[in-house]
Design a protein around this ligand. Structure first.
Ligand code: MG
Length: 289
């Protein structure tokens, strides 16, 4: 017996350890080998190089639509007088809306774009609400990003600066005071239409106002309408971009450039819920447009 005890002292713990190891292996079977890191590398296509000189901030693949020198890239929507007649303001490399001269639209047509545009409301505030520095950037001449002096200016929220007009208010009001230059940086995805004219995918818009995100990949309900709900109608893949002449409000523009983009058609999106339209809740005496 004395000879067996030392053997048992060794054997029993060994058996216990082996049983524990078997139990652990059963609970955690050996992992398959990990894939190599380069199994998920992508090498092509190589993104094109775009240079952005610090002096101008304009990407090398951008089309400059206005640099303050002339309006060669533009025409008037006034058919009787197609030459652009807005006023050049050389000191600030700007162009200013002039009364009774129509909208300006680009000679070139665009579809999907990244657009940079700077604008300035008149320094002197004369009217209120929608009458205060009203203009607009119309992507494809149809889809308006509102331009308005929205510095302490009461109006309907889907009509203030940064709104996709009558469709989506901006996330925040990033407006600067009247007379100061402001910037919009816009990503616009054009709508796609099927061969039979039905809508394949709606337009989408993302907007930064003075560098602040105000619209994030919004799905547009249709072209801008001042009255009634928007309804998509088939149109060309590319159309001119236009700037609104709203009653001659002396809004100025400068430093306008565009990069043409080309995205594959986006997947169809579900129906968009109706917006919370509501009448002006303010007392009758305080109502303004
Ligand atoms: Mg407008």
């Amino acid at each position: 017996m004395k000879k067996i005890l030392p053997v048992l002292n060794l054997l029993v713990p060994a058996l216990i350890l082996a049983a524990a190891a078997r139990a652990q292996n059963a609970a955690h079977p050996a992992r398959p080998p990990m894939p190599k890191p380069d199994a998920t590398d992508q090498w092509t296509p190589v993104p094109p190089v775009v240079n952005v000189p610090a002096a101008t901030g304009i990407p090398s693949d951008a089309i400059v639509l206005f640099d303050g020198k002339n309006l060669n890239a533009w025409e008037s929507t006034d058919r009787a007088n197609p030459a652009p007649r807005w006023t050049l303001e050389p000191a600030s490399r700007a162009v200013v809306v002039a009364p009774n001269t129509g909208d300006l639209r680009t000679k070139q047509s665009f579809g999907d774009v990244q657009l940079h545009i700077e604008w300035r409301s008149p320094a002197e505030v004369k009217k209120s609400g929608q009458g205060r520095g009203n203009s607009g950037v119309f992507l494809m001449g149809l889809y308006e990003l509102q331009v308005l002096d929205s510095w302490k200016n009461d109006t309907y929220v889907n009509g203030q600066a940064g709104a996709i007009y009558k469709q989506f208010p901006p996330l925040v009001n990033a407006s600067r005071p009247p007379g100061e230059w402001q910037a919009y940086d816009i990503v616009f995805i054009a709508p796609r239409f099927n061969a039979d004219g039905t809508l394949a995918t709606p337009a989408r818009m993302t907007v930064f106002h003075n560098g602040v995100l105000v619209q994030h990949d919004m799905v547009l309900r249709g072209p801008t309408e001042n009255r009634g709900l928007p309804v998509y109608k088939p149109h060309a893949d590319k159309l001119p971009l236009s700037l609104q002449n709203h009653g001659g409000d002396a809004v100025a523009y400068r430093n306008i450039w565009v990069r043409e983009l080309s995205f594959p058609p986006a997947p169809p999106v579900p129906n968009i819920p109706p917006p919370p339209y509501a009448p002006d809740p303010r007392p009758a005496g305080k109502k303004k447009k």
